[in-house]
Design a protein around this ligand. Structure first.
Ligand SMILES: *[C@@H]1O[C@H](CO)[C@@H](O)[C@H](O)[C@H]1NC(C)=O
Ligand SMILES: *[C@@H]1O[C@H](CO)[C@@H](O)[C@H](O)[C@H]1NC(C)=O
Ligand SMILES: *[C@@H]1O[C@H](CO)[C@@H](O)[C@H](O)[C@H]1NC(C)=O
Ligand SMILES: *[C@@H]1O[C@H](CO)[C@@H](O)[C@H](O)[C@H]1NC(C)=O
Ligand SMILES: *[C@@H]1O[C@H](CO)[C@@H](O)[C@H](O)[C@H]1NC(C)=O
Ligand SMILES: CC(=O)N[C@H]1CO[C@H](CO)[C@@H](O)[C@@H]1O
Length: 391
């Protein structure tokens, strides 16, 4: 047997088996075929090839992280060959975790059944995450998230993404477009693995237009002692001096339908950075805030006002966004505090300042979406900047 044949044998062995198994198989075969004096050499080459070929992370055609595996091994694990690692030997395998899956692994990526293609069927796709004992929260990152739009009541009746925990917290039911959004799920601090989290996506047939139903959700387990834990009560948690907070399904307005969801009651929290004492919120674009409208029961605009933006008690009757002790001007002792905002902007200049800690954005919507739909309200996209303590 010449050396290139030898390499081929090792290559096949290492690429068709698990790393550990592969090495063991290689050793057994080596012992069978060759005398021990030749074994150390073979083992060395085998390790080398294991290192270069199998189980190496790779970039898939979809720009996701895959694992180099033999094609047959990839398919046997419900993976998808998505590019080559070493031509003709290993493929870059995208290991899909989808409907029916159950895992206790960190950094799981949950995708729709047909991913990277769109799903167009009626289905209930459910996965179960069993937490590890030192884990207190899950963080979900929606790398991709397109489901059907909510109905005219702001409810996810065609498609819905639901989170079930045994902790009892009510988490929003989501649908529509949510790429880039994230959320935290409290899973309790108990040691016993009795609090599995179930994520389910209910889908109803094909969705209209150009929309392609597809999701790719990264699930991270946050250890209880981690500084990355979101404070209790925060569905979203932003850890940067500046950033953007958008309502779920924020996007271009849809005729006679509100994009934002009804029945929301959650808080987006901003970590206070060291030496920062205040926060400025401003609308990303002049028109990137359309949330609630001060209407009374007869559906007319309150007090015949021509104002477009409202604050405080005016926002009580419908949906609002809450920022504690917010003023239109920073450090102006004469500027009145408001704590809730609604209408078509944040006060007169599309911005407010607050020095109330912790920095939070409270998001509220009720179950009456009729007039919000008539106004085609699209939600909010707000930019925040923390303000240094020096005055
Ligand atoms: C992957 O990334 C490259 C550049 O980094 C880009 O040109 C290409 O379009 C991306 N492919 C997909 C499927 O996103
Ligand atoms: C769903 O997609 C498949 C594959 O693209 C296609 O063959 C099928 O006709 C589609 N079904 C519906 C109801 O659109
Ligand atoms: C899960 O992975 C993330 C990202 O690598 C890491 O920060 C976190 O500590 C891990 N969680 C556990 C329980 O190991
Ligand atoms: C609603 O507003 C209109 C116009 O300002 C007023 O005539 C009407 O009485 C109000 N209805 C209620 C229930 O407050
Ligand atoms: C509201 O505006 C309409 C039209 O401008 C006017 O006819 C009506 O009298 C106003 N109502 C009140 C209570 O000011
Ligand atoms: C295949 C073979 O001949 N293996 C031999 C290699 O040498 C050891 C002793 O060092 C023998 O026990 C094996 O039978």
């Amino acid at each position: 047997m010449n050396s290139s044949m030898l390499l081929l044998v090792i290559l096949l062995i290492t690429s068709y088996n698990d790393q550990a198994n592969g090495q063991k198989a290689a050793m057994t075969m080596a012992n069978n075929f060759f005398n021990r004096t030749t074994y150390p050499l073979i083992n060395g080459i085998s390790n080398l090839f294991t290192f270069y070929q199998a189980y190496r992370p790779c970039q898939t055609e979809f720009n996701t992280t895959g694992t180099c595996l033999a094609r047959s091994d990839c398919l046997a694990r419900n993976g998808m060959a998505a590019g080559a690692c070493v031509a003709g030997v290993t493929v870059c395998c995208d290991l899909k975790f989808t409907c029916g899956g159950r895992t206790d692994k960190n950094e799981t990526i949950f995708v729709n059944q047909m991913y990277p293609m769109a799903d167009n069927m009626t289905n209930t796709c459910q996965i179960t995450i069993e937490k590890q004992s030192n884990v207190c929260q899950l963080r979900l990152d929606f790398d991709e998230f397109t489901l059907a739009q909510p109905d005219e009541n702001g409810q996810c009746t065609t498609d819905s993404f639901m989170i079930r925990t045994s902790v009892g917290e009510r988490l929003p039911i989501l649908c529509g477009e949510n790429p880039g959004q994230h959320l935290y799920i409290d899973v309790g601090s108990g040691f016993i693995n009795s609090n599995p989290v179930v994520l389910s996506v209910v889908t109803n047939g094909a969705i209209g237009g150009d929309l392609e139903r597809r999701w790719r959700i990264k699930i991270n387990m946050v250890p209880c002692d981690s500084l990355n834990m979101a404070p209790s009560g925060c569905l979203q948690y932003f850890r940067s001096p500046s950033g953007m907070v958008q309502s779920f399904n924020y996007g271009p307005s849809i005729v006679n339908k509100a994009r934002y969801l009804s029945n929301l009651r959650y808080t987006a929290c901003i970590r206070t950075e060291e030496n920062f004492c205040g926060i400025k919120w401003r609308t990303e674009q002049p028109n990137s805030f359309s949330w609630g409208w001060p209407i009374n029961r007869s559906g007319q605009i309150r007090e015949n006002s021509t104002a477009l933006t409202f604050a405080g008690g005016h926002c009580n009757s419908d949906d609002y966004v809450g920022i504690d002790q917010a003023t239109y001007e920073d450090n102006n002792p004469f500027a009145l505090d408001e704590d809730r905002f609604c209408g078509l902007g944040l006060m007169d200049h599309g911005q407010v300042f607050s020095r109330s800690k912790p920095f939070q954005l409270k998001v509220r919507s009720n179950n009456d979406h009729r007039l919000n739909g008539q106004q085609s309200q699209q939600g909010f996209s707000l930019h925040f900047t923390q303000l240094p303590c020096v005055l």
